[in-house]
Design a protein around this ligand. Structure first.
Ligand code: ZN
Length: 200
């Protein structure tokens, strides 16, 4: 895969960073832990620092579920309860260095909305268009759910979209889900890049 990675991607005024669901419940020790999910934090912090320095927009999505959310097992969904709005599990990871001007996007706030995509039921697309954003850099949790669905929507909406390959981790409910998600994103037109190659 490395042979296909672009050498360098230079940020422009039309670039934005999208940090997906780096919340306590998705980290080791949380209620729905993504294996090694905490490893996305250092590369994302590095990217946020570069975007912040250039005054480029940074968006952070979060699962923000009601206690009876449809994705929870009690309602017939796949998951244990997680990221309940206002709970400490829904807080962003303490080590995540979100700059103060970060725009927070809450998703999955309605019982019937999975919240897998940062664009679903939110004003994210409108905000990006208002800012004139054309290119998105995306990392966070988890590769095979919220990162996958957000990137597929971003591509469908016409954004040039980079996956920060070292800044994502998969749940892998079924072994290989993460790899399959990467393949699907690639097929849909996502570009892969390591975070250190995103250049200010
Ligand atoms: Zn959720």
């Amino acid at each position: 895969m490395n042979a296909n990675l672009p050498k360098l991607s230079r940020l422009t005024r039309r670039s934005a960073l999208l940090v997906i669901d780096v919340q306590n419940d998705f980290l080791p020790g949380g209620r729905l832990p993504v294996p090694r999910g905490d490893e996305v934090i250092p590369p994302l912090n590095g990217c946020m620092e570069r975007f912040h320095r250039k005054n480029l927009p940074i968006f952070a999505t979060r699962d923000w579920h009601p206690p009876d959310h449809g994705s929870f097992q009690a309602q017939g969904g796949l998951w244990p309860p997680h990221c309940i709005a206002g709970s400490s599990g829904a807080d962003f990871a303490e080590a995540l260095a979100l700059p103060p001007e970060t725009c927070i996007i809450s998703k999955g706030s309605l019982p019937e909305d999975s919240g897998y995509s940062g664009f679903s039921g939110t004003d994210l697309a409108a905000r990006l268009r208002y800012l004139g954003v054309r290119t998105l850099y995306v990392g966070g949790l988890a590769t095979d759910y919220c990162v996958l669905n957000t990137i597929i929507d971003a591509l469908r909406l016409g954004f040039r979209t980079y996956l920060l390959i070292d800044a994502v981790r998969a749940v892998d409910v079924h072994p290989g889900d993460g790899e399959r998600a990467l393949g699907e994103m690639r097929r849909q037109g996502a570009r892969f890049i390591t975070s250190d190659r995103v250049s200010a």
